[in-house]
Write a protein that binds this ligand. Structure first.
Ligand code: EPZ
Length: 419
């Protein structure tokens, strides 16, 4: 296992290139199941979760090559010989559930382990199953597996009871090869869904309404290969913006699209820094202690739950008191007790955290519990007075490419060591 050794405090200045979005890459990789042709994907980030998804697809018989330098991944599923996603791999990455819809649509069958809960919540997949059943799939749950089969999916109208990102993605991919039109109502509107739809359209799919809460898909007989560039990672970008807000400094982020970050930028401005939004790049300058910022997490275009821990880290040293209400996941405050070890003054009552900002945090040994919690701990540790260590940073490597290298390039002192 590896850990980070961080010496703080550091001011941050320089430039950071933002990579491709993890949460767009994972569904796009699964969309390769929908065609026997090769799809070539560019701007693919080198992340643990991407390797896990490639391993899963490889275990099922897909062939792929990924060059982390050129960030290009070519994948072909013509040689697929299994429709099973085993528990061993699914338990390490819940997004493996994204093979369910494409396998069912292309091969008429799928056997996917139930993902089970994770640190941030139960995370059921009932909406995925409900929607596929409405499209004509016979689905049973046996020994912890989702066993699904169909003689051919039929287009229909599906109204999701709850807004679900991967649920919308699974149903959208399945509908691409269904007979007739599918309308997904109460669909998620995240930019990563729009990116998946753009890739599917390049494969010949007929999709309208992605990015709104009503998506219509006209099923095709077959889809072809394509070339697709992954959209930038708005959560990676937001994470670095929070690091500057907490530590102070002047940083330029490149390879972004600020249209996908409106709520993040709107809330960041309330911290009190200067933000120069140049569309495909964004510069942020903080020279004084930030002001506290309260927010509620919500589905896009609301405040993203994946930015909650990072904003909490900034609030920990801000002037004033902030209230954060987590409305998406039932247990996404695992970073609170770790931030308290760094000296943060935080009280949690049900789904609301109240953070009373302190002048400075103090270095301490802390432990990462999940992907975005670890990002919040890194931000807090860089701003803290003294040395910190963050254990179990494999959580971080799931969704951030070379975060230590990128942070050190703008003035932080982060050392990756074997623990
Ligand atoms: C996606 O997870 C993201 N992961 C998550 O990012 C993100 O936090 C989440 O969307 C919310 O934006 C990927 O895209 C790979 P949901 P997902 O289904 O799709 C409940 C990260 O840090 N729900 O939108 O699994 C669920 O319990 C990760 O990169 C049901 O009840 O989330 C949750 O409370 C973490 N039944 C809410 O809906 C279902 O069938 C939203 O979940 C599905 C979901």
């Amino acid at each position: 296992m590896e850990k980070f050794k961080i010496c703080g405090p550091s001011k941050l200045s320089g430039e950071v290139i933002i990579g491709g979005a993890k949460n767009a890459t994972l569904p796009v990789l699964c969309s390769s199941i929908l065609t026997s042709d090769t799809i070539e994907i560019s701007n693919v980030p080198k992340l643990r979760d991407v390797s896990t998804m490639l391993s899963l697809l490889g275990e099922m018989g897909a062939s792929f090559k990924f060059d982390p330098l050129s960030k290009i991944c070519e994948i072909n599923t013509d040689s697929l010989f299994s429709v099973e996603a085993s528990y061993d791999l699914v338990k390490t990455m819940r997004a493996s559930i994204l093979v369910l819809g494409p396998l069912l649509a292309r091969f008429g069958q799928a056997k996917v382990s139930l993902p089970g809960g994770c640190a941030i919540g139960q995370r059921p997949v009932d909406q995925h199953i409900k929607g596929l059943r409405q499209m004509g799939a016979n689905i049973k749950i046996e020994d912890g597996y989702i066993i699904a089969e169909t003689t051919g999916l039929k287009g229909t109208t599906i109204k999701n009871d709850i807004i679900t990102v991967t649920g919308t993605e699974n149903l959208m991919m399945a509908a691409c090869l269904a007979d007739g039109e599918t309308l997904i109502e109460n669909a998620a509107m995240e930019p990563e869904i729009v990116d998946l739809a753009s890739c599917l359209r390049s494969m010949g799919a007929i999709i309208f309404g992605d990015g709104t809460n009503k998506i219509s898909i006209h099923g095709s007989k077959k889809l072809s290969g394509c070339k697709h560039e992954i959209v930038f990672d708005r959560i990676e970008a937001g994470t670095y913006l929070c690091a500057v807000a907490a530590c102070g400094g002047d940083v330029l982020l490149k390879n972004v699209n600020t249209l996908n970050m409106k709520m993040i930028i709107k809330k960041l401005q309330k911290f009190g820094g200067e933000i120069f939004d140049c569309g495909t790049s964004i510069r942020v300058k903080f020279s004084k202690r930030p002001e506290s910022v309260s927010f509620d997490t919500a589905p896009f275009p609301g405040f993203p739950t994946d930015m909650q821990a990072q904003f909490m880290a900034v609030n920990a040293i801000a002037r004033g008191t902030a209230k954060i209400r987590e409305n998406i996941f039932e247990n996404r405050f695992m970073h609170v007790q770790e931030l308290q070890r760094l000296g943060a003054m935080i009280k949690v009552k049900a789904s609301t955290a109240t953070i009373t900002g302190v002048e400075n945090l103090r270095g301490a040994n802390v432990m990462a519990t999940d992907l975005r919690a670890s990002a919040g701990l890194v931000i807090a540790a860089i701003s803290a007075n003294g040395n910190s260590s963050i254990d179990r940073i494999y959580h971080l490597d799931r969704g951030y490419e070379q975060m230590d290298r990128k942070l050190n390039s703008i003035g932080a002192s982060v050392q990756r060591i074997k623990s």
